[in-house]
Design a protein around this ligand. Structure first.
Ligand SMILES: Nc1ncnc2c1ncn2[C@@H]1O[C@H](COP(=O)(O)OP(=O)(O)OP(=O)(O)O)[C@@H](O)[C@H]1O
Length: 454
């Protein structure tokens, strides 16, 4: 098993322990130490970091496993590890922010299912790499959100459609309303801090910069300077007080970036001190007006609460529907709407599913010697695979793994080969995959034609 060392200065953080592949040893072993720097690897005897997820302003995030849960639950271990030189005061503020992230997560995460839960918060003192010294590390363990953040989605599939952006707003505004009602301001809303779980649900991450409204008055202005350039409004950049509308501004910038696929600097007209974005996006004027109001330079010209924005969006998107018509996308709860598929994603999923279906049909025919039953059962499983993909329970990567497993089983068990050569098996499965791609493309074309007619 691979275990990742969390000491930032470790020269070789990747460790490999063959004995931990045995689940009994994994559950009972006392501790393991980094072979390069001697750092204890099993954090508080419980969490095993597997790999680095990324480094942020105040630390690193690791994907980890909790060895005290039956399924070795995945979790995210965040370590406080400020980058660059900080004065003792700045260091203390940074440490307070990290502790605040834990406190806020504990309170908010347990009450809102779009904020990760806090599992643990602890500190660790270890021997420093300098002789005689000691290093102190702070850790926060939270729920792992299995998905992609919106920055990654944007990189992968390109700009979002206006509907997708409205869905993001409708999913995140209630979370912001909840955060604000609990006396906090997030202060770091941006695409990389919004994560879409594989089931379609959007989560708000990274409460490290969160500021309690109640303590705002006692904070020295400009003392922390925690914000993301381009997303933070003027009052935050200048170190002034922050408000719920500070988060609304950043959410609107997030919407512009998703909608246009452009960087914030490309959308802000410094000369006139205003956002210049409408020419880059084709969105309903009523929604564009809402975004522009959220982007007002002065906080009191923006909406005052997330709920106000939600109400404005509902008014802008809900045309009075006929009584019998299905709900419009805007009124369907967001979690029933997994993200739209790109054409490539759709065809790759279809091809892989078709390939898997072909392999299954061959294996089933060997067992039952009836082409009707073999094709019927393979078709049924293929249908289930397609449904699982459209609901985003499985993605193309999962189907690829399934194909690999099926192929390995069929290649190693001659009784499942229906008397065919390996070449023929592969050829037939490829034909099934190609047929699935062709059918999907045809359906999509017909669907688009019908949609454009009606
Ligand atoms: N609960 C989580 N579940 C899954 N991935 C997470 C979770 N929290 C953070 N990540 C991922 O870990 C990576 C690092 O996150 P982190 O919050 O430390 O920094 P960041 O958001 O990239 O930067 P910054 O702190 O400057 O905003 C990011 O890619 C983020 O998407």
């Amino acid at each position: 098993m691979k275990v990742y060392c969390t000491r930032s200065s470790c020269p070789r953080p990747q460790n490999h322990f063959a004995d931990l592949d045995d689940s009994a040893t994994l559950k009972t072993i006392q501790q393991k130490y980094c072979t390069a720097c001697g750092m204890p690897l099993i954090l508080v005897g419980r969490y095993l970091p597997l790999r680095l997820l990324g480094k942020g302003g105040f630390g690193a995030a690791f994907l980890a496993r909790d060895r005290y849960t039956p399924g070795m639950r995945r979790c995210v271990v965040k370590q406080f590890q400020p980058a660059g030189y900080l004065t003792p005061t700045q260091l203390q503020i940074a440490q307070q922010l990290f502790e605040r992230e834990a406190a806020v997560l504990e309170e908010l995460g347990s009450q809102n299912d779009q904020i990760p839960d806090l599992y643990a918060f602890f500190e660790l003192t270890v021997q420093s790499l300098q002789p005689g010294g000691q290093d102190k590390f702070f850790y926060l363990v939270q729920e792992y959100i299995d998905g992609k953040n919106l920055e990654e989605e944007l990189e992968e599939k390109g700009k979002f459609s206006p509907n997708e952006v409205v869905e993001v707003l409708q999913a995140i505004l209630p979370v912001l309303q909840f955060v604000h009602e609990h006396g906090s301001i997030h202060r770091d809303i941006k695409p990389s801090n919004i994560m879409r779980h594989r089931n379609g649900r959007l989560y708000l991450l990274d409460f490290g910069a969160v500021k309690q409204v109640t303590t705002a008055a006692t904070q020295t202005k400009g003392s922390t300077g925690i914000y993301s350039q381009g997303y933070a409004p003027p009052e935050q950049m200048s170190g002034g007080d922050v408000y719920p509308s500070t988060d609304l501004y950043a959410l609107a910038v997030t919407a512009l970036v998703l909608l246009t696929g452009k960087k914030t600097v490309e959308l802000f007209d410094v000369y006139n001190n205003r956002w210049h974005w409408r020419t880059h996006a084709d969105i309903a004027p009523a929604i564009a007006d809402i975004l522009d109001r959220m982007l007002s330079i002065t906080p009191n010209q923006r909406f005052h609460s997330a709920q106000e924005v939600l109400t404005a969006i509902a008014a802008a998107t809900t045309a009075p529907p006929p009584v019998t018509s299905p709900p419009t996308p805007a009124t369907v709860p967001y979690f029933h709407q997994p993200a739209a598929f790109s054409l490539l994603e759709l065809l790759a999923g279809a091809g892989l599913s078709g390939f898997a279906g072909g392999l299954l049909a061959i294996a089933l025919y060997s067992l039952v010697q009836s082409s009707a039953i073999a094709l019927g059962v393979a078709g049924l499983i293929l249908g289930m695979l397609i449904i699982a993909q459209t609901r985003r329970w499985l993605d193309a990567k999962d189907i690829l793994i399934l194909v690999g497993i099926l192929l390995a089983i069929i290649l190693f068990v001659p009784a499942l080969q229906s008397g065919l050569t390996i070449h023929n098996i592969l050829f037939l499965a490829l034909v099934a995959g190609a047929a699935a791609i062709a059918l999907t493309a045809l359906f999509r074309l017909v669907y688009k034609l019908l949609a454009s007619i009606f």
